[in-house]
Design a protein around this ligand. Structure first.
Ligand SMILES: [Fe+2]
Ligand SMILES: [Fe+2]
Length: 202
């Protein structure tokens, strides 16, 4: 799969991700068709989100370049997930509401001084959780082909959350990026603890 070239960011001082409840992977494995349908939607939405950033900030060259690359990579993930889904004789499903992403998007401040920062950091937070959960799937699925696939996806999403954090640090140099990341990460940890477990990415 196409990959963005990124160095790891220094994340040691950031609020840690609270591990996903162990019951989540049981839900996923019990209804893998629902999970993979939702996963396909999530990849498609991630690509759309990257393109919406391009549309919103056409004058930010570094952001445009990164988001165009990201949109292509996420669309490739979508294509690969759809390929797996179809190969297993499963049927694609309509996109469903994602209460996790909806709740996080509400944390984006509309004030133009903070809007870009919050959008990038919510992107980082969503990708960080995605990386953790795809890693759990990779570790628990029986099918070695699926395990390999989810391992690769987890690695990609781990790069993506660092991409969003690095972009936030580069593009919002006058704001306390890491402090805001930690606030959002804490709220995300609280949100994940509240939401019901289901056979979906979130
Ligand atoms: Fe992806
Ligand atoms: Fe991603």
């Amino acid at each position: 799969m196409a990959e963005l070239d990124l160095q790891p960011v220094d994340a040691a001082a950031l609020t840690a991700l609270q591990p996903t409840d162990v019951g989540w992977i049981t839900c996923v494995l019990d209804d893998f068709e629902s999970f993979i349908q939702d996963h396909a939607s999530a990849e498609k939405k991630a690509s759309g989100m990257a393109l919406s950033m391009v549309a919103h900030y056409p004058d930010q060259a570094a952001l445009v370049q990164a988001m165009v690359d990201l949109a292509v990579e996420e669309l490739n993930h979508y294509k690969e997930v759809m390929g797996l889904l179809m190969a297993k004789g499963m049927t694609p499903a309509a996109d469903r509401k994602d209460p996790y992403v909806t709740a996080l998007n509400k944390l984006v401040r509309k004030d133009s001084r903070f809007f870009l920062l919050d959008r990038l950091l919510v992107g980082a937070i969503v990708e960080r959780r995605g990386a953790e959960r795809f890693g759990l799937v990779a570790a628990h699925v029986q099918d070695p082909k699926l395990a390999k696939f989810y391992h690769a996806i987890a690695k990609s999403e781990a790069r993506h959350w660092q991409l969003f954090l690095r972009l936030a640090r580069d593009l919002c140099p006058n704001l306390d990026v890491d402090k805001r990341f930690c606030e959002l990460a804490q709220q995300e940890n609280d949100l994940v603890a509240r939401l019901p477990l289901r056979a979906a990415l979130h």
